[in-house]
Design a protein around this ligand. Structure first.
Ligand SMILES: Cc1cc2nc3c(=O)[nH]c(=O)nc-3n(C[C@H](O)[C@H](O)[C@H](O)COP(=O)(O)OP(=O)(O)OC[C@H]3O[C@@H](n4cnc5c(N)ncnc54)[C@H](O)[C@@H]3O)c2cc1C
Ligand code: FES
Length: 367
């Protein structure tokens, strides 16, 4: 009797596994969704083969939504409004969407699958985003774990962007990594150098893209970049500016300051650069040099570990306690910050406490 029950359970488990495998196979290899119409902004309709994510479907049509995590559902960059046909909200989307966004039918395009006709709304500016074929012109070590890479644009040959914006870099398969992937990197060159894109990339141990850049990428190689993306750029006001960015977060600040050098400014500016030790400092001459370029600019490295004899040990530990030293009119101050979510949140809290309005605190989170 017991043997019979065990054998029945085994047989039904085997049938369930078999059916599940057929389903996975069918979903992967047979397109069961046919042609679907994607309606964009009630203006443009495109017919596509169903079955792919909305993000990839749009990419195939040269419409590039941001996707800083390469479609893994972890960055939230690919948000767009799906008015009809998106299916139910998935558990993978909920953590990245506020209750208001969920109510407004905002979805993660990398998680929504195109299975039927679908209506979406995206900002018109997205139609200006291009995919660029580029050639690696130089790779330079800035520190033991940070490299600057210059990409010369081939097709299209020029890029139009605002200092502070970012591009998505497409990796190639290497070693055990069999697929291409994309990651976001802030442009560190200035917009006036519109035939190239320079990126400053810090190696993340075991990171897919940064390992490729640091250990596999060669001068002369062709690489795809997509962009420009993002709303992290200098507002055209006369307000004082505080920049806060450590590590590779220096990339967009470099672009901003080099752009301001071209157009000129009298604004009061302070840049707090957070680093662990002296060996994490880089481009120091360039940034100290800005103190002679602009009438009111100060570059302040803050090292978290400091040996007292060091050149840059006047301030050490966290950046937050030093912000008040440079604030003269909090209501009339803008902050531009870049880096890890933890550092950004701590500095944002301090800026708010000191009276800097929340709507004047701009940031790009690299996390
Ligand atoms: C708008 C934007 C702009 C960015 N600009 C830059 C830039 O200019 N320069 C730059 O170097 N990076 C930048 N980043 C971060 C970059 O997009 C990648 O996330 C980072 O380079 C890691 O990619 P990876 O493929 O090597 O690692 P992944 O394979 O994605 O990650 C491997 C592991 O490391 C963890 N991890 C991911 N990122 C970090 C990190 N930064 N520190 C520690 N652990 C991490 C992950 O959680 C994961 O466990 C930016 C990110 C955004 C969203
Ligand atoms: S691309 Fe990152 S969440 Fe969709």
């Amino acid at each position: 009797m017991l043997l019979q029950i065990i054998s029945d359970i085994g047989a039904s488990a085997a049938i369930s596994i078999f059916l599940a495998l057929i389903l996975v196979f069918a979903q992967k290899y047979l397109n069961t969704y046919g042609d679907c119409v994607v309606d964009i902004n009630n203006k443009k309709q495109i017919t596509v083969k169903g079955g792919n994510s909305l993000l990839n479907t749009l990419n195939d049509q040269q419409i590039y939504l941001a996707s800083a995590c390469g479609g893994r559902g972890s960055c939230g960059a690919c948000k767009c409004k799906v008015a009809e046909g998106g299916g139910p909200l998935l558990p993978t989307e909920k953590p990245l969407l506020s209750p208001k966004e969920q109510q407004d039918n905002i979805r993660l395009a990398c998680q929504v699958k195109v299975k039927s006709d679908i209506k979406i709304h995206i900002p018109e500016s997205i139609f200006n985003i291009r995919k660029f074929v580029s050639v690696v012109e130089s790779i330079t070590d800035l520190t033991y774990d940070i490299k600057a890479v210059v990409f010369r644009l081939k097709e299209p040959a020029k890029i139009d962007f605002k200092a502070g914006q970012y591009v998505q870099l497409e990796t190639k398969p290497y070693g055990k990594i069999k697929q291409t992937t994309v990651r976001a990197y802030s442009i560190s060159s200035k917009p006036e150098d519109d035939t190239l894109v320079e990126l400053i990339i810090r190696l993340v141990p075991e990171g897919i893209c940064t390992t490729w850049v640091h250990n596999f990428l060669q001068v002369g190689e062709e690489v795809n970049l997509t962009g420009p993306f993002g709303d992290f750029y200098i507002r055209d006001t006369q307000a004082d500016m505080i920049f806060i960015a450590g590590g590779s977060g220096k990339a967009p600040i470099k672009s901003m300051l080099q752009h301001l050098q071209v157009v000129g400014t009298n604004r009061k500016m302070t840049y707090f650069f957070g680093a662990r030790t002296e060996k994490d400092l880089y481009l120091t001459e360039l940034f100290k040099g800005f103190e002679h370029v602009f009438p009111d600019f100060q570059y302040i490295p803050v090292l978290s570990k400091c040996d007292d004899a060091g050149l840059y040990c006047a301030r050490s530990g966290y950046i937050m306690p030093y912000i008040k030293e440079v604030l003269r009119d909090p209501q009339n101050t803008e902050a531009y910050m870049c880096g890890s979510p933890g550092m950004l949140e701590a500095c944002r809290k301090e800026l708010r406490n000191l009276g800097v309005p929340d709507n004047k605190i701009y940031f790009d989170s690299f996390g």
